[in-house]
Design a protein. Structure first.
Lengths: 365, 351, 80
């Protein structure tokens, strides 16, 4: 029994929530979640099967792996190929295709590519290999960036000269703003990523909810958590009550995690960033602050800054912004499958396309 | 009598001679003979090996033969719960068992990397001897080659196993039928997680051990008493999900797992949750899936539970005609989802 | 994102005040996690771990409140 986890995978609680949702609902609503972990959970527990048809769940650009621009992956690949570099990454990034290949194939060709669970482990690798340059591929939203900031700060404290970070972090609120600015969006309400909010708190979401008059419910990740988030969102929608509610209070406080926010601010600063399949969203990425600039791999290795395009067939942009569902893509299940992905949403298991492919039995050609 | 490694015998090759494997050990000359005479023969002692031929002359076997071949390249070679030697014997025995055969003989070929410590080789050889003893299988012929440093990876082991198909037994994946029950003998994911958590960057302080085990003694009892079972499969690489998917496709039936019935120990659960892995896709080395008519399940369960290898046996699912070719699962919250084949190895994730 | 899992603190290592670490148990698997950002945690507390760092301390009172309300939801019309 895993405490604080198994209780939220309970059938009876799920049934209670579904009944409550059914009794509250009077019309169709479209809810978007922007969190790969929530997409994964929704698919893995097939929540749509339990929910009334009037509730449409669409999956936003919540997979930081999927939205990492191709050019950054190409830069990681270029670094991994260099004989004096050890490229260290989370497992998620290893199979994401760049314009030509992915990091796993670089490894297969003899490049030193290592996988870690924690960014602090990358520091250990740097300490054990002083004759090599160790580059950490920093991917993830605000949940992960503080851990990478911690590694960078520790590198500074320990005087590690051979450690640097290829920064690919992105921020959620600017993405929500960009989605809502698109007049074609059909989103009625949002589920906000509970772990991003654990770090950042709820202030940014309160101002978004006010500006765009839309409900945003801070939601956890287990199936009961997600159903609870949906239930609260439906209540706010049915009552025409825009605003923010917290459906994950066991982890999220309004102020977030002040210590994590502090280190984030010290080491990183917002920057404009291209999101794969979507385009540039202003102030939606992170870069190292001046004090830590020497740990920036892009500058240290003088990497080329190019812009690469997705294969034409890939509808990643429309999938990621919820305008289309994976089965709407003509390549889904044909030219584009998990073992032969055309774009990132099919590679990362949190990507909407891969999740659909793995967990839905319908819509497969 | 084969030596029991627990007696802690020292490596028989005098340390003053060589600490590590040399290219000459694979050359067929004096050093090869030293390895065979002083290390292999004493451990694997049997009348077939002592024949001294290039191959081995075996007595006639009545009935149909089963033959299997396998190569073992696991890294690390020593892991919690076992080593590459134990894996090689148990894996071969289990493959034969899953054909419905009584495992009889095994061949053993080593490909050693120049520089491999002889002490490590000795530990592995003892492990092989102990596992073969326990499984009641004889090592009848072998080969040793040495490759230059950098052209191998410490030690690779290749085996071929021969067994005798039990008369009256007719098991095959195609025999999976609507209405059958699906049984497994114990917890899933142990081996794969034990290996993964030994890798740099993913280490846990853990009690997770590989479940490597020979299943023949338990399964022979099942075969003898209940020859009407339909399918037997060991869920090794790719885990339970891959094995059952293959059976669904071969038999064009649908198998429905019940998530809350899946036996997973808390160490494996914790590691899988942290790394974002699904235990259904993680390798097992001491587990067997038995698919059989539902009305025989209770009896087979009591036969299996009488053995250590089967003390946690339980029904984890059933076969139906609703979604032919598709493995699906009733989740803990009552919904149904597909358990697909995955492409490639499952990787830990942060998302 | 983001995969974060609750675990129980078994022991705390304060040897480096800039990098407080704890041995944390997930099921029966134990790993070192940095607890630098969670104030006032003690042995026996549950934290939420992501990529080797603790994001928050699980608020037991809030967790109980949520679960109790969810269980009651089946018996009455009360909202959370």
């Amino acid at each position: 029994m895993l405490k604080h986890l198994d209780e939220y995978r309970d059938k009876r609680l799920a049934e209670n929530l579904v009944r409550s949702i059914e009794s509250t609902l009077t019309r169709p609503w479209t809810i978007m979640e922007i969190c790969g972990g929530q997409t994964h959970s929704i698919m893995r527990y097939n929540l749509q099967e339990l929910l009334p048809n009037e509730i449409s769940l669409i999956h936003g650009p919540g997979c930081p792996v999927c939205v990492t621009p191709i050019e950054l992956i190409d830069q990681a690949v270029e670094l991994g190929r260099q004989t004096d570099v050890i490229l260290v990454s989370f497992g998620d990034m290893l199979r994401v295709p760049g314009s030509k290949e992915d990091l796993l194939s670089v490894k297969a060709q003899g490049g030193e590519v290592k996988m870690v669970y924690a960014p602090l482990d990358a520091l250990e690798i740097a300490e054990k290999n002083p004759e090599k340059e160790v580059v950490f591929f920093g991917v993830g939203f605000e949940t992960t960036a503080p851990a990478v900031a911690l590694a960078v700060k520790q590198a500074q404290i320990r005087g590690l000269e051979n450690f640097s970070v290829l920064v690919s972090h992105v921020l959620v609120p600017p993405a929500i703003k960009a989605l809502l600015e698109d007049k074609q969006n059909r989103i009625d309400g949002f589920l906000a990523a509970g772990h991003v909010c654990t770090i950042m708190g709820t202030a940014e979401y309160i101002s978004l909810a006010e500006s765009y008059q839309i409900p945003i419910v801070v939601t956890g990740f287990e199936p009961v958590d997600i159903l609870l988030g949906i239930q609260k969102c439906i209540i706010l929608l049915e009552q025409n009550h825009p605003g923010v509610e917290n459906a994950y209070p066991r982890s999220v406080k309004p102020e977030g995690n002040p210590a994590a926010k502090k280190i984030l601010k010290e080491v990183f600063t917002p920057v404009d960033r291209r999101w794969r399949g979507i385009g540039t969203i202003p102030q939606s990425g992170l870069k190292l602050t001046a004090a830590y600039q020497k740990f920036d791999a892009s500058a240290r290795f003088r990497l080329q800054h190019t812009t690469a395009e997705e294969p034409e067939l890939c509808l990643a942009g429309e999938i990621l912004t919820g305008r289309k569902k994976p089965p709407d893509c003509p390549a889904f299940g044909n030219q584009c499958k998990p073992d032969n992905p055309l774009g990132a949403p099919m590679v990362s298991s949190e990507g909407a396309c891969a999740a659909y492919y793995r967990y839905q039995k319908t819509d497969r050609s | 009598m084969n030596p029991d490694p627990k007696q802690g015998l020292q490596c028989p090759i005098p340390k003053s001679d060589y600490k590590n494997v040399l290219l000459a050990h694979g050359g067929g000359g004096k050093l090869t003979k030293q390895l065979i005479d002083q290390m292999f023969y004493p451990c694997f002692e049997n009348v077939f090996l002592r024949q001294g031929h290039d191959g081995s002359i075996l007595p006639p076997i009545e009935g149909k033969l089963a033959m299997t071949t396998d190569s073992f390249v696991v890294d690390p070679i020593f892991f919690p719960g076992g080593d590459i030697g134990e894996l090689a014997v148990n894996g071969t025995v289990n493959d034969l068992t899953c054909c419905g055969a009584e495992a009889l003989y095994i061949s053993l070929a080593f490909i050693l990397e120049e520089g491999f410590p002889l002490d490590d080789l000795w530990k592995i050889v003892q492990s092989i001897a102990l596992s073969a003893n326990r499984a009641g299988i004889k090592i009848v012929t072998g080969d040793t080659k040495v490759v230059e440093k950098g052209k191998g990876d410490k030690i690779y082991i290749n085996t071929t196993g021969i067994g005798r198909i039990l008369p009256g037994l007719d098991i095959a994946p195609q025999h999976c039928r609507e209405g059958d029950a699906v049984i497994i003998n114990g917890t899933i994911g142990d081996h794969g997680i034990a290996i993964m958590t030994e890798r740099e960057g993913l280490t846990f302080e853990s009690t997770i051990k590989s479940d490597t085990l020979a299943l023949n003694t338990m399964m022979l009892e099942v075969f003898r008493k209940k020859p009407g079972i339909h399918v037997v499969r060991d869920p090794t690489r790719g885990g339970v999900a891959s094995a059952l998917n293959e059976i669904c496709l071969s038999s064009d039936t649908g198998i429905r797992l019940v998530e809350e019935k899946l036996p997973i120990n808390d160490g494996v659960r914790g590691a899988c949750e942290v790394m974002g892995l699904d235990p259904l896709y993680v390798a097992n080395e001491g587990k067997v899936l038995v698919i059989l008519p539902e009305n025989e399940a209770d009896e087979v369960l009591s036969i299996m539970r009488a053995f250590d290898a089967g003390s946690q046996s339980r029904i984890i699912g059933s076969v139906n005609g609703k979604h032919p070719g598709i493995l699906h699962m009733q989740t803990t919250i009552g919904s149904t989802r597909i358990v697909d084949m995955i492409s490639g190895e499952q990787l830990p994730r942060i998302c | 994102m983001c995969l974060a899992v609750p675990g129980k603190i078994l022991s705390i290592d304060e040897s480096n005040p800039e990098l407080l670490m704890a041995r944390v148990q997930f099921g029966e698997a134990i790993r070192e996690i940095c607890i630098q950002w969670v104030e006032g945690v003690e042995i026996g507390d549950y934290i939420l771990a992501h990529v080797g760092t603790a994001l928050s301390k699980i608020d037991e009172a809030d967790a109980k409140f949520t679960l109790d309300a969810l269980r009651e939801m089946g018996t009455s019309e009360s909202d959370l």
